[in-house]
Design a protein around this ligand. Structure first.
Ligand code: PA5
Length: 447
């Protein structure tokens, strides 16, 4: 089995040998705690052995639902926010042709995302666009009460029913939500929508390998069995006891050792625009899991070489509180050669005939050397190719490393109490019934 690999030498050079040695027992204990289910937040460990629990029958059912949606829709809107959309978007973007949108001849539905903001203009433009589309909706909300998603679903449900009639709309609206609780479940049961359950013990940001991620990805035409197979293989590899061959334990150890030395910010960097949303998914996974109790590595992300022309200066010479993890793709899918130009005004004819990927790889290597020289430790995660299988490995690798890393930081990686603060204020400002005391307090505060 080919696997993703992890290169650490350009991070280890910033650390004393003892820094990692000291952390190994903590990493091992953290991993053991996850396996034994004895850590804080242990009622949210359903993701840990999720890949190996997925059956071919379950995948076939998801594929059948996806097929129904694909047959009846030219556009599918995925309504969800945070963990209820980022994983699907990350995988779909990573595997899609960058111009699928513009070149789509109808072989796959366009997948759009909504319910992840409260922008009136976004919703207006979306609903205008959908007026001429045969669209379906996947409504994803574990709680079933998230304002952003509920608002989008209200609009989309009505529009879908108005355009298709209630009976037809019922065939193209799917709910992915809690087994019993919340508005999304009640509506799904009342309207007779096909529905899937988000297991109680899987938090949103760890849910990409549940129907939350798998159904939209299957609707987009990608191979969810391969994605799951990659995750299953990484689940097996992560059970490896030997620290030297356990990539997730190594990643958790090195990032915590760097954090202990004042490297408070981790920048996830990619050299392929298709990975932009993979970084967004990773940011949520690590940010929401680790940022609490006054600690946590701040997860940031850059798309390179693009952002070398915007953030490159800061990374090279700004405060030395950062380290960088590069997600690199060994082999691109296509071949483009650097072209000849008769006039050679840009002086680049010396590159003529080279693969563009070779230039990209030299940009990556040159950047790594420069950043290391500038005091930025560099870790490198390498995917042999950008396929569903290796994305499955990458997803599980980051999930298990996140669980371990969070426990090394001594926090509960599986809750997100801080997310409630803005909701409380928003509801108080909007005078939601039940928020009278908060409304009065906030009015006084704002004068
Ligand atoms: O990771 C999480 O738990 C969150 O990001 C949630 O996924 C997000 O807030 C959406 O919640 P819900 O699925 O309940 O609408």
């Amino acid at each position: 089995m080919k696997t993703i690999s992890l290169e650490l030498q350009d991070a280890l050079r910033f650390l004393d040998e003892s820094a990692i040695e000291t952390l190994i027992p903590k990493v091992k204990a953290a991993h053991a705690e996850l396996e034994a289910g004895t850590c804080p937040g242990n009622d949210f460990l359903g993701w840990l052995h999720l890949p190996s629990s997925i059956t071919p029958e379950f995948l076939a059912d998801l594929q059948a639902t996806a097929q129904t949606l694909r047959e009846h829709c030219d556009t599918i809107v995925v309504a969800g926010i945070g963990g209820s959309y980022l994983g699907a978007r990350a995988v779909i973007d990573a595997l899609s042709n960058s111009f699928a949108w513009l070149t789509n001849k109808g072989e796959n539905p366009n997948i759009l995302f909504a319910g992840n903001n409260i922008s009136e203009d976004y919703l207006f433009e979306l609903t205008e666009y959908l007026k001429t589309r045969r669209f379906g909706v996947i409504n994803i909300s574990k709680s079933g009460t998230t304002t952003e998603t509920a608002l989008a679903f209200r609009l989309l449900k009505k529009q879908c029913e108005d355009q298709r009639g209630k009976a037809e709309a019922q065939k193209v609206i799917v709910a992915i939500t809690d087994a019993v609780r919340g508005a999304a479940r009640i509506t799904a049961d009342k309207e007779g929508y096909k529905s899937y359950i988000i297991p109680d013990n899987v938090g949103g940001r760890f849910s990409v390998l549940t129907p939350v991620g798998l159904l939209p990805i299957a609707c987009a035409g990608f191979d969810i069995a391969e994605l799951v197979r990659g995750a299953q293989d990484m689940e097996k590899a992560s059970a490896e006891n030997d620290f030297e061959s356990n990539l997730a334990e190594q990643y958790a150890a090195v990032r915590n050792a760097l954090y202990a030395q004042g490297k408070k910010i981790e920048i996830l960097a990619n050299y392929h625009p298709k990975l932009h949303f993979m970084s967004e998914w990773w940011k949520q996974l690590y940010g929401e899991s680790e940022g609490k109790d006054g600690v946590g590595i701040f997860p940031a992300a850059v798309d390179l070489t693009t952002d070398l022309h915007s953030m490159g200066q800061w990374i090279q010479e700004g405060e030395r509180s950062i380290f960088e993890t590069v997600v690199s793709i060994e082999k691109p899918e296509h071949t483009v050669l650097f072209p000849h130009d008769e006039e050679n005004l840009d002086g680049l004819n010396f590159l003529e005939g080279k693969r563009v990927d070779e230039v990209n790889k030299m940009a990556e290597l040159g950047t790594r050397l420069a950043h290391v020289d500038g005091g930025v430790p560099n870790l490198r995660v390498v995917l042999p190719e950008l396929t569903a299988y290796y994305l499955g490995q990458l997803i599980y690798f980051f999930e298990i490393a996140c669980g371990i890393s969070g426990r090394v930081l001594n926090i509960n990686p599986f809750d997100q109490p801080g997310v409630e603060a803005y909701k409380k204020n928003m509801f108080a400002l909007l005078e939601k019934p039940g928020y009278e005391a908060e409304s009065a307090a906030i009015k006084q505060r704002l004068g």
